[in-house]
Design a binder for this molecule. Structure first.
Ligand SMILES: *Cc1c(COP(=O)(O)O)cnc(C)c1O
Length: 376
């Protein structure tokens, strides 16, 4: 059997191990230390726009702290893109709040501005103004920043920008991860860069960064003994993991380039196939890191389904997967309110994620081509 080709697997640049070794040599084996500070600084420089970064144990932890920092409490409502990974929505429930799910729009697959505004008006008319908007850059594709930000400002509802999949993406030449009132990043094993597990909270306000680190390190008050006036969390990133992150930052842009090469590879492969579209940017304002390359299939035209491709690839030990199943279709969220048409439902029905890793080589592309040629 040929080795497995994954959708997205860790891709080390080469210097990661030296940062980790340094942590061992200096005994900084803790959730603090020079790698944590160095990783934060390197992210701050990369993102620009006066971004301040708190390195955390996961993207999910970052979302949870973002909700706490925006004052989301028991009984509140939070607007959230329905088409996303469950980690975007779960922290709303950790806070005892209710997620209000919003459909996608066709161009970016992200928050639909029309349904977002419809939901805000309806929730306000029912007596409850939502406390925050969770907007996601799905598969690395920026959401319509201008439109969503305008709605956020009009109704004075802050944005939590879930940029877990979009480090390296830009909108009008500004980096994703800098558009929210609070933004979050993920460095899980399958993301664009990885620390094996990790995340970050991004803001422009030094008080928010300080408070995030305070909450992430068990909310210890200033005192020689252990004193607490608030509930804390154990959410800080380890100095070992941060060492991997420092090495990964050195290759981030190169790896974004490789992912974009994979996207172009699929565009070329399906260029003459009727009924298959490769997901891509709608204009020059949008620059996607193409974390995952996705296709949608009009089965009536193409005469095959996403599952036909997925199963054919699977037989050759090549991974493919349906798009994110919308949250309002998930059993665990079946009672949550939802505003939309059926855009996300249809994307889920007709879409497929294809192998997209920055570490895929021409021998891998040959194996993928061999299977996919039967469908072109
Ligand atoms: C991966 C991911 C997260 C969660 O990040 P973790 O680091 O895995 O906790 C959140 N939102 C989206 C959209 C993601 O893809």
């Amino acid at each position: 059997m040929n080795p497995k080709i994954y959708l997205s697997s860790p891709h080390m640049g080469g210097t990661e191990r030296s940062y980790v070794t340094e942590a061992f040599d200096t005994n900084w084996i803790a959730p603090l230390g020079p790698n944590v500070n160095g990783f934060e600084e390197s992210l701050e420089n990369y993102l620009g726009n006066d971004s301040l970064v708190a390195a955390l144990s996961s993207g999910t932890a970052a979302l949870h702290l973002a909700l706490i920092l925006l004052g989301v409490k028991n009984g509140d409502e939070v607007l959230c893109q329905t088409m996303t990974f469950s980690a975007s929505a779960n922290p709303i429930v950790y806070q005892g709040a209710t997620p209000i799910f919003i459909d996608s729009e066709e161009d970016t697959w992200n928050l639909c501005p029309i349904h977002l505004e419809e939901a805000i008006k309806d929730r306000i008319s029912k007596g409850k103004k939502p406390k925050a908007i969770i907007a996601v850059h799905l598969y690395g594709m920026p959401y319509k920043i201008d439109k969503i930000t305008t709605i956020s400002e009009k109704y004075e509802i802050p944005i939590i920008e879930d940029s877990a999949e979009a480090l390296g993406s830009t909108y009008k030449n500004k980096k994703c991860g800098t558009f929210g009132d609070i933004s979050i990043l993920s460095f899980n094993g399958n993301k664009i860069i990885t620390t094996s597990g990790g995340g970050a909270l991004v803001s422009k306000d030094s008080k928010i960064k300080e408070k995030a680190i305070f909450l992430a390190t068990q909310a210890r008050d200033q005192a020689p003994h252990y004193q607490h006036s608030e509930i804390g969390y154990n959410y800080r990133l380890s100095n070992i993991c941060a060492g991997i992150g420092r090495g990964q930052m050195e290759v981030l842009d190169t790896h974004v380039g490789f992912r974009r090469t994979m996207n172009q590879f699929y565009k070329d492969l399906f260029s003459k196939t009727e009924g298959v579209s490769v997901f891509t940017e709608l204009s020059k304002d949008f620059f996607s890191n193409h974390w995952l390359s996705c296709i949608t299939i009009d089965s009536k035209v193409a005469n095959f389904t996403p599952d036909d491709i997925r199963l054919a690839l699977g037989k050759e030990n090549i991974e493919a997967r349906p798009l994110w199943k919308p949250m309002h279709l998930q059993p665990v969220f079946k009672n949550a309110p939802y505003y939309g048409a059926e855009i996300s439902e249809n994307l889920f029905k007709n879409g497929l994620c294809l192998p997209s890793g920055s570490n895929l080589e021409s021998i891998d592309r040959k194996r993928i081509t061999k299977v996919l040629l039967k469908f072109t």
